[in-house]
Write a protein that binds this ligand. Structure first.
Ligand SMILES: Cc1cc2nc3c(=O)[nH]c(=O)nc-3n(C[C@H](O)[C@H](O)[C@H](O)COP(=O)(O)O)c2cc1C
Length: 173
């Protein structure tokens, strides 16, 4: 199974990138591709820039990466209760190629933050709007207090609750 995984974050040492990678590794026989959102940087979307630039190569790359995958694993970073500007910009440009960004693929949606909220607000927004973008959401799981629930040395989630929900979702695939 081809798994495309990424943290919806602009940080090179993103904790969400680490969580997405961990989750992807739990999928049996996974061929994992990790995507770096910070490598898909584009001008902030506007109608004028779209007229000028058309469909930027980075947005095409993002759409193509999704189309080549059998499963998408996204872990959302939360900035002020919502998406990071970096992810939202990639997403907005990509919706101009096709609103069905996720192309009917199964998607495991995750989110984490260092705090007890575990980026739950952005996760709720992402999973709530997912049907508009043709995502077949298999799970929506937040990991609160990342540094208490993730062993940095082994790169493993230690929360039994999280792991149970993740494995339940993987079993539905
Ligand atoms: C501008 C800004 C806003 C933030 N807002 C939130 C927030 O609303 N909720 C939250 O849980 N964490 C918030 N954080 C903390 C992030 O969760 C934390 O920086 C986390 O490491 C980001 O995830 P990443 O490492 O995957 O990029 C914020 C951080 C920044 C810099």
């Amino acid at each position: 199974m081809k798994v495309l995984a990424f943290g919806a974050s602009n940080n090179k040492n993103s904790i969400n990138q680490q969580l997405a990678h961990y989750a992807a590794k739990q999928v049996p026989n996974a061929e994992i591709t990790m995507l770096d959102i910070h490598q898909l940087e584009m001008p902030i979307f506007s109608d004028e820039r779209e007229k000028e630039l058309g469909q930027p190569e980075q947005a095409k790359q993002f759409f193509q990466a999704i189309s080549e995958a059998d499963l998408i694993v996204i872990s959302f970073a939360e900035h002020n209760g919502s998406y990071t500007a970096a992810y939202k910009n990639v997403f907005d440009w990509t919706t101009r190629i096709d609103m069905k960004v996720f192309q009917g693929k199964p998607v495991i949606m995750l989110a984490t933050s260092p705090g007890p909220g575990g980026a739950g607000s952005v996760l709720a927004a992402a999973s709530g709007s997912a049907p508009y973008f043709a995502a077949d959401v298999k799970a929506s799981i937040s990991l609160p207090s990342f540094y208490d629930n993730f062993d940095m040395e082994t790169a493993q989630v230690t929360s039994e609750e999280f792991n149970r929900q993740l494995l339940d979702a993987i079993e539905t695939l």
